[in-house]
Design a protein around this ligand. Structure first.
Ligand code: WTA
Length: 629
């Protein structure tokens, strides 16, 4: 990857074509942004009016630092806006989703059918005794069924907590336990490279002795009769027996919608809590004007519903716009590296949203794969999850966008709920720079004392005022929530991302400032991997760092001190990797493990990962005065 000096000098700008500008919802970013800052609440109220409310809000924002409430007093239901509203407006037979699996299966679901499925699941959930405020974990593959379960929860005010189906038993257990889920929805397997990855045995181990989990609902994909033999509720039976309509619960704007766990620097993952009204409004509007969605557009976000990108831009924001989108299960390059491009050709996808790590993988396969397909339907390309290096940006622009498309590089986080920094399609983009703050969003780049930094210097990206889709708290841990707002003086939200802006105000994100590792666009906490390693009988201590990697952005490197009586060996490395895979899942497995005698520590005994990292990268170690050894 290019070094910082080179990146800071990027001046190159790409202007959208006349066609893109003509079609765009918003043509004048500069003025609208200025206006939006003058009246934040008015801006969002106007957007909220495009949606349906059972009762209109009394107050747009109540800001009681650091706690925000948006559309206070309003009553709505996000599924009413995502489903009923469209069905009532003549879109009953319009496709909501086209689901595609690795074996070439294609399932098309209309808005009318999706509404019915959601209602049936919601009624089924009620019959199982689930009610408003209960938590339900969803451990299912990227599928219409899983999306319908999320929506069914939202329909009746149950709080969902989706756990990525690539996570293993330890990671799943932590999340189910923290949320005290009353029920878990799962599936018999998820597909990956032609294999069926069993989810049931992982789930069974994960919920062992968790007595508060009253029900497991199983989607038995191959109808093998597993549910009855395991004592699970059968998903299809539940759906079949339930009533086909369930009225959307009129929830308060600030009623919780979901918890989604994400890695932090310390301790167990944080349960980021999002509520209904503000999240709905901002995901709806960012989908609309950043992806510039219009009635006939076909949209595709290649993420998984297990991550925030899937929540906001496969499910809620996209359905709220009433467009057709793709849901794809399995690996991008299986059965061959043409898989994705063949879908764009076949379904005439207009807006495509993916991660730099995927783009870099396709770069490696070569231009010959996308060049076999007609990608002329594409208009807008999106990027998310990690900084997109200029080389990948150019490849994406040339080989997928064929030089015609605009690229929106969207910066945001699980915590922000929706896009916060990007260039909208009608505004010129700079390769490698996410760009400009979205409407009403006021950002700054500061040092640790909260002092604003001049252009072209690197500091922490902060957000200076509340926004509708911001997290409301960390589940059961308000102090962790408050830390976002009080770690830097000046009452600002600390994103913990390093960033810099240029003379024209384009923001470039450089990566995490904390001990979170971004592996192929996925946030992995160093602590989680270290705990998993230490959990192995051979390991006395472990430290984990992120190491730059050409394809994945970062990989995990672990430094391990063995207990007495254990010898370093290739076999032990394999064992440790297997152990982490079993505990956390394949994405958290350290690519490199080295055995060491000692780890650098502070006087108080905290491992100084910074030093390990500096050494690894051949940089100067900086201030090591607190280092004991
Ligand atoms: C990183 C994913 C650069 C960043 C939506 C952030 C990005 C973390 C970008 C959040 C981008 C996300 N450019 N970096 N366009 N988008 N990031 O919570 O470090 O999984 O803090 O949310 O990903 O990851 P999360």
């Amino acid at each position: 990857m290019e070094n910082i000096e080179v990146l800071l000098k990027i001046k190159e700008k790409y202007y959208p074509s006349e066609d893109i500008i003509k079609k765009a919802w918003i043509k004048d970013y500069e003025n609208l942004y200025k206006e939006s800052l003058q009246d934040r609440e008015g801006f969002w109220a106007k957007v909220a009016e495009e949606l349906h409310w059972f009762k209109k809000w009394d107050k747009v924002l109540e800001w009681n630092f650091p706690y925000a409430r948006w559309f206070v007093g309003g009553k709505t239901n996000i599924t009413y806006n995502c489903l009923d509203r469209h069905v009532q407006n003549g879109k009953r037979n319009k496709l909501a989703y086209i689901y595609l699996d690795e074996e070439g299966r294609e399932v098309k679901v209309t808005y009318g059918e999706l509404l019915e499925l959601v209602c049936r699941i919601a009624n089924g959930m009620k019959s199982l005794g689930l009610k408003k405020g209960d938590r339900v974990s969803i451990y299912m593959p990227n599928s219409v069924e899983a999306i319908a379960v999320m929506l069914a929860c939202a329909r009746i005010g149950v709080i969902h907590s989706v756990v990525f189906a690539g996570f293993s038993e330890g990671a799943l257990r932590t999340r189910v336990k923290d949320a005290r889920a009353k029920a878990v929805f799962t599936a018999s397997y998820t597909q990956r490279r032609g294999k069926k990855i069993d989810l049931i045995s992982v789930l069974e181990k994960a919920i062992e002795n968790l007595d508060f989990v009253e029900k497991v609902i199983l989607w038995d994909r191959d109808k093998e009769g597993i549910s009855s033999s395991k004592g699970f509720v059968d998903f299809e039976e539940l759906v079949k027996e339930a009533d086909s309509f369930c009225k959307a619960e009129e929830v308060n704007s600030e009623d919780p919608l979901f918890i989604l766990y994400t890695s932090g620097t310390t301790g167990k993952p944080k349960g980021v809590l999002h509520t209904t009204g503000g999240y709905m409004v901002q995901t709806y509007y960012t989908s609309k004007v950043i992806f510039d969605l219009h009635e006939d557009d076909v949209f595709w976000c290649s993420a998984d519903i297990g991550w925030i990108t899937g929540h906001s831009y496969i499910v809620y924001g996209i359905l709220a716009n009433g467009v057709t989108s793709l849901v794809v299960e399995g690996a991008p390059d299986y059965p061959d590296p043409g898989r994705w491009w063949s879908y764009i050709e076949k379904f005439r996808v207009n807006v495509f949203y993916t991660a730099p790590t995927a783009i870099r993988m396709f770069m490696k396969y070569g231009e010959k794969w996308p060049s076999k397909y007609d990608l002329s339907s594409l208009r807008i390309l999106g990027s998310v999850g990690e900084p997109i290096n200029p080389e990948a940006w150019h490849w994406y622009h040339k080989n997928i966008g064929r030089g015609r498309c605009v690229i929106v590089d969207t910066w945001w986080q699980t915590e922000t709920g929706a896009h916060m920094v990007t260039t909208i399609p009608s505004y010129p983009a700079k390769p490698g720079k996410a760009g400009k703050p979205f409407f009403t969003v006021e950002v700054d780049i500061v040092d640790k004392e909260g002092k604003s930094l001049p252009p072209n210097t690197v500091g922490l990206l902060v957000i200076k005022s509340p926004w509708p889709s911001m997290l409301r708290t960390c589940w059961g841990e308000p102090e962790r929530y408050e830390k976002y707002w009080n770690s830097i003086p000046g009452k600002v939200y600390n994103t913990d991302d390093l960033a810099s802006y240029d003379e024209e105000g384009y923001i470039m994100i450089l990566g995490r400032a904390d001990d979170v590792i971004n592996v192929a666009g996925h946030r992995i906490g160093t602590m989680e991997v270290e705990s998993a390693l230490v959990d192995h009988p051979a390991v006395a201590e472990a430290a984990v760092i992120g190491k730059p990697h050409e394809l994945k952005g970062e990989i995990i490197k672990a430094f391990v001190i063995l207990k007495e009586g254990y010898q370093p060996s290739e076999d032990l490395i394999r064992q440790l990797k297997d152990h982490v895979r079993k505990e956390l899942g394949p994405i958290a497995v350290p690519e490199e493990i080295v055995f060491v005698e000692k780890l650098p520590k502070t006087r108080s005994g905290k491992i100084m990962r910074r030093i390990l990292k500096a050494k690894e990268l051949g940089l100067s170690i900086g201030d090591i005065s607190t280092l004991e050894d």
